[in-house]
Design a protein around this ligand. Structure first.
Ligand SMILES: Cc1ncc(COP(=O)(O)O)c(C=O)c1O
Length: 466
């Protein structure tokens, strides 16, 4: 019987219960994305809010996607249960097989047993790292790099990202592997065990695609040093350069081309970027020849299982070939236009940048605008604070282990919001407003496209109603 005599009160002198050492170290760890970014965002009704051009969000096709998803939404019995598999669903497996065959040119069909789906690529990388490396081990990544690797490998797994200093401009060359050799030697000398290397293809933040030849060299390196090779291909279908070609690791024959065991290769992909769906939270690991990796991850796969509603929406689009083609074509043409707009802006202001052929951002050089005083990182911080004070955020070079003073500028945000962001950047840098010609050109292109999109959306609505 429960006694009602003793009130449930907290003794006044009780000290707070302790956190684990993992929990305590998380208290001092800076978050992957500054929390304040979410608190007061710029919007149509909050023009004094913060414009975030520092996070890779692709909002260029939001209305198309919203309309499409509304038209296909349908859940069945299995969507209300834990579904047909812990690591995905029969529907998602079929959809991915289609995608990897037709768009990634996978050499071998991607079977359900090759796939582990999770709540975003970040979660999938965390789960993969947990079974490949032990706390204190290292994973090699070329600099500059996506900062989320440090979070996915380090936050819970205690695995260190070891940055590789690849000479500027040589990232997509065989010479890059010489830098990997040197870094690996250095790690051996100081007793740091390396378990894997990462290739981010297309590259975040530099926006280039790796050539087949250089990918093969990465495979050789993995085999030579008994490492795993993780290929993050989250921007695969955002390759907008007219002469550019994305090569998936799935399309290689690692044994024949590099003498590398296919059991070393792990590819990560997801809906966040190419499909403008960061919020759906879907990521997948494709590992075609390493059953141990699958069994090891399966024991905790339920902890990151994709929501059935998100699975249904993405799978519907992936299985609908005509709509998939329409979407991907539209997305690429908008990325191309947004990139052209960015190049026009940067050129008008003579801001140096690294030309991109893929991704949602450009790597730009603002070192000339760094305020005086302090070291380079402090000066970069001071410029970032000025941007913040003007309601603007860009990704700082040092956050990517890149040169301080370089910034990553995301261009795949809503075009009208983007223009506001560019005006704010001009203000922060003390630049006079660029001439309107470039803006007009892009708007005309936008209007033409909007007409096409409206027509497609109408067609879809009619098709859904009949
Ligand atoms: C290269 C790369 N990998 C992984 C992620 C994480 O994506 P997700 O939203 O699927 O967790 C990102 C997000 O920016 C990314 O740029």
């Amino acid at each position: 019987m429960i006694s009602s005599a003793r009130p449930c009160s907290i003794p006044a002198l009780s000290s707070p219960p302790v956190l684990s050492s993992r929990g305590r170290s998380a208290l001092v760890r800076p978050p992957l994305i500054r929390c304040a970014l979410f608190e007061c965002q710029y919007s149509a009704v909050n023009s004094s809010g913060l414009l975030n051009l520092g996070v890779a969000e692709n909002s260029l096709c939001v209305e198309w996607l919203a309309q499409y998803f509304r038209s296909v939404f349908a859940v069945d019995y299995n969507d209300f249960t834990y579904g047909t598999s812990l690591t995905g669903s029969d529907r998602l497996f079929a959809a991915l097989r289609n995608l990897f065959t037709t768009r990634f040119h996978a050499r071998l069909p991607v079977q359900p047993a090759h796939i582990i789906a999770g709540a975003g690529c970040g979660a999938v990388l965390d789960a993969l790292c947990a079974v490949l490396a032990d706390p204190g081990d290292g994973i090699l990544v070329a600099k500059p790099m996506y900062p989320g690797f440090a979070a996915s490998f380090g936050c819970r797994n205690g695995v260190e990202v070891v940055g590789v200093d690849v000479p500027g401009g040589k990232e997509n060359s065989i010479e890059a592997l010489e830098a990997f050799e040197r870094t690996l030697e250095g790690c051996k000398a100081r007793g740091k065990r390396i378990r894997a290397l990462v290739v981010c293809n297309p590259h975040n933040p530099l926006g280039f695609c790796y050539s087949r030849e250089v990918l093969v060299e990465h495979c050789r390196f993995a085999e030579k040093h008994n490492l795993h090779l993780i290929s993050d291909e989250i921007y695969a279908l955002s390759t907008f350069g007219s002469h550019s070609r994305f090569t998936s690791l799935l399309s290689l024959d690692p044994l024949a081309e590099a003498g590398c065991s296919p059991s070393r290769l792990h590819v990560v992909y997801g809906a966040s970027k190419d499909f403008g769906c960061n919020g759906l939270r879907i990521g997948v690991l494709v590992s075609q020849a390493n059953p141990d990796v699958h069994v090891a991850i399966e024991s905790s796969a339920l902890l990151m299982k994709v929501s059935s509603a998100a699975d249904m929406l993405w799978s519907s689009l992936l299985l609908d070939d005509p709509s998939l083609s329409t979407f991907l074509t539209l997305n690429l043409s908008r990325l191309r236009a947004a990139y052209a707009r960015t190049v026009a802006f940067l050129s008008a202001h003579a801001i140096p940048f690294r030309p991109a052929e893929a991704g949602h951002f450009v790597w730009i050089d603002l070192t000339r605008y760094l305020p005086p005083g302090g070291n380079d990182i402090e000066r970069e911080g001071a410029l970032a604070e000025r941007m913040w004070a003007q309601g603007l955020n860009l990704g700082r070079g040092s956050a990517y282990c890149g040169t301080p003073g370089w910034f990553r500028l995301t261009f795949s945000v809503r075009p009208d919001f983007y223009e506001v962001g560019l005006r704010r950047l001009e203000q922060v840098l003390g630049l006079t407003r660029e001439c309107d010609g470039a803006v007009r050109l892009v708007r005309q292109q936008d209007e033409k496209e909007m007409k096409q999109v409206r027509a497609q959306v109408e067609e879809m609505t009619v098709a859904a109603a009949t």
